[in-house]
Design a binder for this molecule. Structure first.
Ligand code: NAP
Ligand code: GDD
Length: 347
């Protein structure tokens, strides 16, 4: 049994990771930041477990980080805390840097000062690459951050690597490609689509308003990726590792798959800001589509969701990590979409 401390435990990944660690009989210290409303909903299923402790803390506060690390004396620290929305980072660049970049520095400095034997995991990201060309990305691909979020995460990535080299800390950068689940934040594109579809089926809204439908992403399931994080920090081989499915789909593909799941076939018409998706056919499934009409416009473009710069394509090659750990994703793209649709429609 080891002691794991998770910064960002109330988020999508933090909640799956905490569950996984408890299933392996570890002691889990979940750090939550102060908020005016309840922010531990994703931990509801495990909150009363005897091996979990939920403590207040904030990575923007040096004393808070130092106190947690010195008092808890963890064996592992996983830094999942972030302002994790790329679009929002254009509007809140300084705040994003405080949390995502300097927050990581605070944790690494605390580890350096209090216990250099702590194993540290940094939630690095495929956003570092910028995704401007058609290449499949691996650990040797060059970085080209295209948002304040990615720039902050690049600082954190370099620092994590540098503390390994300078101070012999056992640090890991998990360079994770996009991963989703029913616990995904509501303003990321996949969850926005599955929640939007649910509202359309319930007759609450007629359409979903989105930005760039051409973006291509390597979408995996957060559960599989938390398993990868756990295996990574137990590798005894500190380093920088890509975690990806290797498959790539567009936002348009995600829309088609989600609507097909409930028996609706879409047709995309128009282009640019005038592009729309309309209902072409309906077929029988377990889902009730009586509130949806043939020819109804169910997807529209709203330029408010365009970013000053976007990342066109992210597709990863995780061979290095797979060969070392034996990890591979278990949940397919189709299964991921189906699970998200089912969860949101039932909600
Ligand atoms: P998420 O759902 O947005 O969770 C982020 C977590 O960070 C939440 O628990 C949040 O608390 C916490 N947090 C934010 N600011 C904080 C602060 N100042 N101090 C302490 N905690 C703070 O993100 P996720 O999808 O689980 O991703 C986990 C990590 O992996 C993030 O660092 C993200 O950037 C990175 N990442 C994600 C993906 C992906 O596709 N999901 C891919 C690559 C890398 P609240 O609950 O109170 O908001
Ligand atoms: N959020 C959002 N909302 N994105 C939209 C929308 C919309 O209405 N319409 C189109 N998109 C496009 C975005 O422009 C982007 O190209 C793509 O859909 C994916 O957007 P997000 O789901 O917001 O994810 P992301 O790829 O920008 O960032 C996520 O993955 C990164 C790993 O590659 C986040 O989880 C980051 O924290 C993570 O590092």
């Amino acid at each position: 049994m080891s002691k794991y401390l998770i910064f960002g435990a109330t988020g999508q990944d933090g909640s799956y990771l905490a569950e996984l660690l408890l299933s392996h009989r570890h002691e889990v210290f979940c750090i939550k930041r102060r908020s005016s409303s309840i922010n531990t909903m994703r931990l509801d299923g495990i909150i009363n477990h005897p091996s979990i402790k939920i403590l207040h803390g904030d990575v923007t506060d040096t004393a808070s980080v130092m106190q947690l690390i010195s008092q808890i004396k963890p064996d592992f620290v996983l830094n999942l805390a972030a302002q994790s929305h790329v679009g929002v980072s254009f509007n809140e660049p300084e705040y994003t840097a405080q949390v995502d970049a300097i927050g990581t520095l605070r944790i690494l400095e605390s580890i350096r000062l209090f216990n250099r034997n702590i194993v540290f995991y940094q939630a690095s990201t495929s956003e570092l690459f910028g995704g401007l060309d058609d290449k499949i990305l691996d650990e040797n691909s060059s970085f080209n951050p295209r948002s304040p979020y990615a720039a902050a995460k690049l600082y954190a990535y370099q620092l994590t690597k540098m503390y390994r080299e300078a101070y012999s800390l056992q640090t890991f950068n998990g360079i994770l490609f996009n991963h989703e689940s029913p616990r995904r934040g509501e303003n990321f594109v996949t969850r926005k689509i599955t929640m939007g579809l649910s509202n359309i089926l319930k007759g609450k809204f007629k359409s979903i308003k989105l930005g760039n439908l051409d973006a291509l992403r390597d979408w995996g399931h957060a559960k599989d990726y938390c398993e990868a994080m756990y295996q990574m920090v137990n590798l005894n081989k500190p380093g920088d590792y890509i975690v990806a499915t290797g498959e790539c789909y567009s936002v348009r593909d995600f829309l088609n798959t989600a609507f097909q799941e409930v028996g609706i076939k879409l047709k995309f018409v128009g282009s640019g800001v005038l592009e729309q998706a309309i209902v072409m056919e309906k077929s029988k499934t377990d889902y009730n589509t009586e509130n949806v009409a043939i020819n109804q416009v169910v997807v529209e473009i709203d330029p408010i969701f365009f970013r000053p710069l976007d990342v066109p394509k992210l597709q990863g090659n995780s061979q290095k990590f797979r060969e070392l750990s034996g990890w591979s994703p278990k949940i397919t793209f189709r299964e991921l979409v189906a699970e998200m649709v089912k969860y949101d429609v039932a909600f």
